[in-house]
Design a protein around this ligand. Structure first.
Ligand code: ZN
Length: 227
């Protein structure tokens, strides 16, 4: 082999080696980028989870809170963790005498056919908690709208069953809402009607027979007691 040929071969080998080294550096760089990306994503998820940590109340300004949580894996409990932005006020629209807060919690825990869920049901005597506050529930009729009633709201149903004192129910709800606003650092502006998200006439009785602004004032008064 001539000197010239040898040199060319050596040059070729060197070129190949540089190429290989560059390939290794590129792979290493990609790996490091991937690790950084995964850690960043995990970090921000952790941060969101901390913001969305739910509370477990025993009572709300003297009104007892019963925990009867929908079983995990139920179609009513998608288990999606989110940030809480709204408190969404509803009425059950169920006028049967037996349709109190416990009855509705039983329905949510046992129902396997309808996709329907919310966080609290309130009657004249108790509040029943059925869904962890930090989890999405299906109550506002706005599907998975980002930042909407389902995706970012705590759904509260007020009982309207026969024999149930509605003004006491309203008062108990105002207490619960005040406590939740305080717990999650939300303002009165976070209190919304189901109607605000999907146009449904809900909470119908409150909007027809009572005064929404008066209800908000009631919440504010209880909120002030908490400070
Ligand atoms: Zn509603």
């Amino acid at each position: 082999m001539s000197q010239k040929k040898k040199r060319r071969k050596k040059k070729y080998r060197l070129k190949k080696e540089v190429k290989r080294k560059l390939q290794i550096i590129a792979v290493l760089f990609s790996l490091i980028s991937l690790i950084v990306l995964v850690f960043t994503a995990f970090g921000s998820r952790q941060k969101d989870a901390a913001v969305s940590q739910g509370v477990w109340l025993d009572e709300a300004l003297g009104v007892p809170v019963i925990q009867q949580i929908i079983p995990e894996g139920s179609q009513n409990r998608p288990g999606m963790i989110r940030k809480i932005r709204w408190i969404v006020i509803h009425e059950t629209d169920n006028f049967e005498a037996s349709a109190d807060a416990r009855h509705h919690a039983d329905y949510l825990c046992e129902n396997k056919t309808e996709i329907n869920s919310w966080h609290y049901t309130v009657d004249e005597a108790v509040i029943v908690h059925t869904l962890p506050d930090e989890e999405v529930g299906w109550h506002a009729g706005d599907q998975q709208t980002p930042g909407g009633g389902n995706m970012s709201g705590i759904g509260i149903e007020m009982c309207v069953n026969e024999g149930n004192d509605f003004s006491k129910t309203l008062d108990n709800t105002a207490k619960l809402v005040a406590v939740l606003l305080k717990q999650y650092g939300l303002s009165l502006k976070a209190v919304q009607k189901h109607q605000d998200f999907s146009g449904k006439d809900c909470p119908a009785h409150l909007l027809k027979e009572a005064d929404w602004q008066q209800f908000l004032d009631q919440i504010q008064a209880y909120y002030d007691q908490l400070e």
